[in-house]
Write a protein that binds this ligand. Structure first.
Ligand SMILES: Nc1ncnc2c1ncn2[C@@H]1O[C@H](COP(=O)(O)OP(=O)(O)O)[C@@H](O)[C@H]1O
Ligand SMILES: N[C@@H](CCC(=O)OP(=O)(O)O)C(=O)O
Length: 364
């Protein structure tokens, strides 16, 4: 962490708000002070900050985090402005400029969007700006949203080819059980996935957080699998964390960096349904790098819209690929097992396309 040239830092809502859920400018400023020092010392720093929805609660006249999607979108729209204004002031006190980057899952999947996002962050960093990233909650949908910023941060670490990922939360590391339970002990080092076999992961401990430890461990798995060392600790310990002192839980890299922009699809998406395919389709996908055509699909499971992430499995239920499906589950049954020529004759040429195009598919 001390030597990392590029650091992605993610901070959760619970670390930016008061116990009542109001944006806590003093905590936000302390975070910005530590990150500014690191930036001024020469590192590239990318901040992935939650807190938009939490920061929108009070301005909207509410007292708790909204449960319905539309009000969450509204709260995020209001709160994101407040959040970025607070960061602009806090980094500005050190002579630093911040840039806002609101991403959707699409931006990290589709080739052109991925390139756009990468170019924007790259230039911001070269200009000495601190990019402040969040999910574009006002327009992200339930089905194809990241849902939590932990996984988004892991993907941003991959996007920026970061050396280290720092996950800041309201607890000083990963414990072997929920820290609210007496006797839970902090785990200082995770070398490999198997070290987590006995660890019990609970949900959020605050009124404003989402995902709890499950999404943080998942984020660490994605990041370390892509070669990015990850440190999980509390926001209060940021100075120790950035200077390499013993703080929190370190997750060591387990893999090398794959050059795939499809990392999100492979690891971080929650599939909305399954397509069961025959052996010929498995061979075409694995061996020939083909797209998935209707002829090879034997069954559709689940209910999903066009564009949703789905899992492709063989007849025994073993995963073959993940991809974005071109048709909703209501349209698919009449196409199954048919050739594209037959489909074009019966339903018209616009139906004769791949069910999952190769560009939107990753083998697992
Ligand atoms: N095994 C565990 N180790 C540490 N924390 C855990 C564990 N299981 C559940 N938690 C809870 O996860 C919470 C952090 O997640 P969350 O509330 O989503 O934070 P954030 O808003 O920072 O994303 C902690 O406050 C803690 O109560
Ligand atoms: N994008 C949302 C945060 C989602 C999220 O992951 O929250 P948290 O668990 O507090 O990191 C927001 O800004 O409110």
């Amino acid at each position: 962490m001390r030597e990392a040239r590029t650091v992605v830092v993610k901070v959760g809502s619970s670390s930016l708000t008061t116990p009542e859920g109001v944006l806590d400018v003093a905590r936000l400023t302390a975070l910005a002070d530590a990150l500014a020092a690191r930036r001024l010392a020469g590192s590239d720093v990318v901040l992935v900050s939650s807190g938009a929805i939490a920061a929108g609660i009070v301005p909207l006249g509410h007292t708790t985090r909204p449960n319905d999607l539309a009000t969450q979108q509204a709260a995020a729209s209001v709160g994101q402005g407040a959040l970025i204004a607070a960061y602009t002031a806090a980094f500005g006190a050190h002579g630093l400029t911040v840039g806002q980057l609101l991403l959707t899952a699409d931006d990290l999947i589709r080739r052109q969007n991925y390139g756009n996002a990468r170019r924007a962050v790259g230039r911001l960093l070269r200009l000495g700006v601190v990019p402040v990233v969040n999910e574009n909650d006002a327009v992200a949908t339930d089905e194809i949203g990241f849902g939590d910023n932990d996984r988004l941060a892991a993907l941003v670490a991959h996007l920026t080819r970061a050396d280290a990922l720092l996950l800041l939360t309201d607890v000083d590391g990963l414990y072997d059980g929920p820290p609210s339970e007496a006797g839970s002990v902090r785990i200082p080092l995770v070398r490999r996935q198997e070290d987590l076999a006995e660890v019990r992961l609970g949900g959020t401990g605050s009124k404003v957080g989402t995902g709890g430890m499950v999404t943080k461990v998942e984020a660490a798995r994605i990041a370390t699998g892509a070669g990015v060392t990850t440190l999980l600790t509390s926001a209060d310990q940021i100075v120790d964390a950035l200077t390499g002192r013993d703080a929190g839980t370190v997750f060591l890299p387990t893999g090398t960096r794959p050059a795939s922009r499809m990392l999100w699809l492979a690891h971080a998406s929650d599939p909305a349904g399954r397509l069961v395919v025959d052996d010929g389709a498995v061979r075409a996908l694995r061996g020939r790098g083909a797209s998935l055509l209707p002829a090879g699909i034997v069954r559709v499971e689940g209910s999903f819209d066009e564009g949703a992430p789905v899992e492709v499995v063989d007849r025994r239920g073993i995963g073959v690929a993940r991809g974005l499906v071109a048709y909703g589950s209501d349209e698919l049954p009449r196409l199954l097992g048919r050739s594209t020529t037959w489909i074009a004759d019966v339903f018209g040429g616009e139906y004769a396309r791949e069910i999952v195009h190769r560009d939107h598919l990753v083998l697992v």
